[in-house]
Design a protein. Structure first.
Length: 307
């Protein structure tokens, strides 16, 4: 049966840990395995603009011996004359895997339904699971065992990164805190799914409206842009609503003295985070950006081996 990676909870705790272990090994030797030798082709489809996703998948596919086929939906039939399911039926006869950075999660689910090659969520409006593998890898590199660590996300709680932190963090046995305004809460269904996972892994989920309370004693502090793609018309209101949730040195000082700061980038310095934090000694955002490469390579190797 073909395995896909559409949501963070598509992986069990053991599978997530195995992929992170593999990422560590692939970071030590980028060219040690070549499951795409041939070269085989991987289709990487973009509905949204991208830097880190585009570069890390293109380089990673090449490292694994394959050829990345970068497709813009603006120059293809996908989403116009052709359904996601029909596109998948065409691609699966010619490529080893499909990566799609898109809007609706339902499109990814449609593409994966019955498809004979792995489909990977490169980002959707609801989840960003590949970024979370990179983030967990980064935290593990700097702090060791993930289980038992407390991670606080501060900002827009309805953000796709929050949904992925809830699911992936719970899978890793972490204590996940979300600090956000009342009007920016994560989806109830995702919170419920994360709580169910946490009950089996020793993790926990907590939602706060007070960022000071949420950050107190945290091992990791995370934020994301306040104005995601597709939300530009809401910028003025978001800057008002989220002003209390800026991560600055004063807020960071409430976390543990050695707390890490993460941000998936791109960052708007002076909005969700101040320059002294993201460019300061506690920030590991550049390790985090690099680790997209190693984590996604490990994911592709694993998916190709179990499918």
């Amino acid at each position: 049966m073909t395995r896909h990676f559409l949501r963070d909870d598509d992986l069990t705790p053991a599978e997530q840990s195995a992929i992170l272990d593999l990422a560590v090994e692939l970071k030590k030797d980028r060219f040690v395995v070549k499951p795409l030798a041939g070269p085989q082709t991987v289709a990487v489809i973009f509905d949204k603009s991208s830097t880190r996703t585009r570069v890390s998948f293109a380089v990673g596919i090449a490292d694994l011996g394959g050829t990345p086929l970068i497709i813009s939906t603006a120059n293809s039939q996908l989403g116009g004359k052709e359904t996601a399911a029909d596109t998948a039926r065409v691609l699966e006869r010619q490529v080893a895997a499909i990566v799609w950075r898109t809007f609706a999660q339902s499109g990814l689910e449609e593409m994966a339904l019955g498809t004979t090659v792995p489909v990977i969520n490169g980002l959707s409006d609801d989840f960003h699971p590949c970024q979370l593998l990179a983030d967990l890898l980064t935290i593990r590199e700097h702090r060791g065992e993930l289980a038992g660590l407390t991670l606080t996300f501060v900002g827009d709680g309805a953000d796709n990164m929050v949904h992925s932190y809830l699911l992936a963090g719970a899978t890793a046995g972490m204590h996940i805190r979300i600090a956000c305004p009342e009007g920016y809460l994560p989806k109830d269904s995702v919170v419920a799914d994360a709580e169910a996972i946490a009950a089996t892994t020793g993790g926990s989920i907590a939602i706060y409206t007070d960022p000071i309370e949420a950050v107190a004693g945290a091992d990791v502090v995370v934020t994301d842009t306040w104005v995601s793609m597709g939300k530009e018309e809401e910028k003025a209101q978001r800057l008002v609503d989220l002003a209390r949730y800026r991560v600055d040195s004063e807020l960071m000082s409430l976390a543990k003295p050695d707390a890490l700061f993460l941000h998936c980038l791109p960052a708007d310095r002076g909005y969700e985070v101040t320059a002294d934090v993201i460019d300061g000694p506690q920030s590991v955002v550049w390790d985090e950006a690099e680790n997209r490469l190693h984590a996604q390579k490990a994911l592709m190797v694993w998916l190709l081996s179990v499918g």
